[in-house]
Every structure is written in C-alpha cells, then in structure tokens.
Ligand binder design. Structure first.
Ligand SMILES: C[S@@+](CC[C@H](N)C(=O)[O-])C[C@H]1O[C@@H](n2cnc3c(N)ncnc32)[C@H](O)[C@@H]1O
Length: 300
C-alpha cells in the first residue's frame, strides 16, 4: 500500500474527543474512506469492540481491509450506501450503537485517481460515480440533461453564479461532440465565464463549483442526508453521539436543519451550537481540510 495515497483524516483530534470511543463499544464509520478515522477509533475500541465500516467505493474498502488487518476480529466492512444504514445494521444483528461518524464527500485518494473523473486538474473520463456499479455517470448527466436542467443542477448543487452561461455553452458544444473528459468540461466552464471574472470572482479554480454540483447530482449526495441522519439517531444508545464533517455549505445546512428538527422532537441534544472548524495549524498541514465543518449531537 502506498502511504502517500491515503487520505489525511480531517479534525481527527476533535472527532476522537467528541466521539470518545471506549473499549468494547460498537461504532459505525459510515464513510470509511482509506480508514484514517477508523484506524484511531479501532485503537480505542479493540479488542472486544466492533467497528462497522461502510463505503460506496470498493477500491477504498480494499485499501482498508489491508490497512486495518491488525484489527480484523473487530472490523466489519460493508460495501453499501449509508442511506441503507438501518438494513446494514439489522443484517449484522446490531440493535444499538455507541457512536457514528460521517465524514462526507470524497477522499483525496479518490480525487487523485484521474480515471475516476473527480478532478478538473487531471485528464480523465467524465465518470464521478462513487460506486462503480451505480448506473448514471457524469457523462450521462452532462450529455443528456437539457439546458434548463443543467443550469438548475449547477445552481442547486454548486450555487454557481454563471450557471446559465455554462449550461448554454455546454449544450452548444456537445452538438459537435460529447463532453467526455474532465478537461473538456473544465475548459468549457472557464470559457463560459466572462473573462474579467475568471480571476477576481474565483479564489478557487473556476470549475470547482461545476464539478461539485455534477458529483453531488451523480451520487445523489444531498437527498439522502436527512433520512440517513434520522436513521442513525434512531439506533444510537442514550447519550451516544453522532459526528458529521461536511465540506460545503449545502451539506452543512442540511445537517444543521436535520439536527434542529430532531432536537425539536426531543430526540437529540446538540453539542456543537456552532460547527467546529479545523485549526489554522491543521489547515496549514492539510489545506484540503479548510472548508470542513464539524457538528456533533447526542442521543437524548
Ligand atoms: C472524506 S472521505 C472519508 C475519509 C475517511 N474518514 C478517512 O479518514 O480516510 C468520504 C468517503 O465516503 C464515501 N461515501 C460518500 N458518500 C457515501 C455514501 N452515501 N455511502 C457510503 N459511502 C459514501 C466516499 O466513497 C469516500 O470514501
């Protein structure tokens, strides 16, 4: 295993502090990734404890099986969508858990693999499926939705200011040839944005929001959050905690509203009135942590 390929876990210290895993406990890592959080959780719960690690991405699970081999007796790997959390835990005979973590989005391991099509920096096929066995890819969406649908998608999932212009140019260009690669899409986005805004408006790469929006749509990332958090809270033991790290404001807003609704129903107490963010030191060492927000609630 190439260590440099592994994702650096975000806000690890904070996650361990708030999740507070103890020997013998049953913890769910719903977004296993390359196992950064899981490895440290396992150190605290094993032997005797149990970690259920879920990921939609088979490659990431394969890495974790190797990386976490020393904890084999305490680990269960599940290739699934966390949206099916209730069924996953029921089929493992688990009725109650002592904590759960969601570290949303994609890992740097997935981003770095050009063939997955997540990155506008690398030339690759326009894929973006977290689960390769799922049906619709970025190519399918980008080449088949109509102009209005693309424009809506870019606004709803990326809050992309130039959504109309990008959708318009995209539909024009795909008349000549399909938009098949990451660079094709990224270059098209740059050309769609008025020149004087290309630098000033975007501190980030101008295609960032478009790529985020298409990825969210391909994997239907936002629509499952609320129901999944509710399922997780349902199965938490009293005073056990749910920890959620999100990476953009749409995700964070969904978590904030779901927590509020659950608190209103008397099901949880919110531990973090405001989301925690990484320290300046962490951002310096791991710049990709910079937009993360961490929220914690406890089963009432
Ligand atoms: C930010 S990474 C997690 C990194 C991990 N905490 C670590 O330390 O290595 C997010 C992971 O969640 C997975 N994922 C995203 N949405 C998912 C879903 N709905 N169900 C299961 N896994 C999902 C992705 O495939 C990715 O591997």
């Amino acid at each position: 295993m190439q260590i440099e390929k592994l994702h650096v876990p975000v806000m690890l210290k904070e996650v361990l502090e708030f999740l507070n895993p103890q020997p013998g406990q049953t913890i769910v890592d719903a977004t296993l990734g390359t196992g950064g959080h899981a490895a440290q959780i396992l150190r605290r719960i094993a032997p005797g404890g149990r970690l259920v690690g879920i990921d939609r991405d088979e490659n990431s699970l394969a890495i974790c099986k190797e990386r976490l081999a020393e904890f084999k007796a305490s680990t269960e790997f599940v290739h699934a969508n966390f949206a099916d959390l209730d069924q996953i835990l029921a089929s493992s005979g688990i009725k109650e858990i002592d904590g759960i973590i969601f570290d949303l989005g994609i890992s740097s391991y997935q981003l770095a693999d050009a063939q997955r099509g997540f990155s506008f920096q690398e030339e690759g096929p326009l894929d973006m499926r977290l689960d390769k066995s799922s049906y619709i890819s970025a190519y399918d969406l980008v080449n088949n939705l109509n102009e209005n649908e693309i424009s809506q998608l870019l606004w709803n999932f990326g809050q992309e200011r130039w959504h109309n212009r990008i959708a318009h140019l995209l539909v024009q260009e795909r008349r000549n040839e399909p938009i098949a690669t990451t660079k094709q899409l990224a270059n098209l986005v740059i050309r769609a944005i008025p020149q004087r805004y290309r630098r000033s408006y975007y501190r980030i790469h101008p295609a960032t929001r478009t790529f985020q929006a298409v990825r969210i749509a391909v994997n239907r990332e936002l629509e499952i959050l609320e129901s999944t958090v509710k399922k997780a809270v349902d199965i938490l033991r009293k005073q056990a905690r749910i920890c959620v790290i999100s990476f953009h404001s749409l995700e964070d807003r969904a978590i904030k509203h779901t927590f509020r609704a659950l608190k209103y129903d008397g099901l949880i107490n919110i531990i973090t009135a405001k989301p925690l963010t990484p320290s300046p030191k962490e951002i310096e060492v791991n710049p990709s942590s910079r937009s993360s927000k961490f929220r914690v609630a406890e089963r009432a």
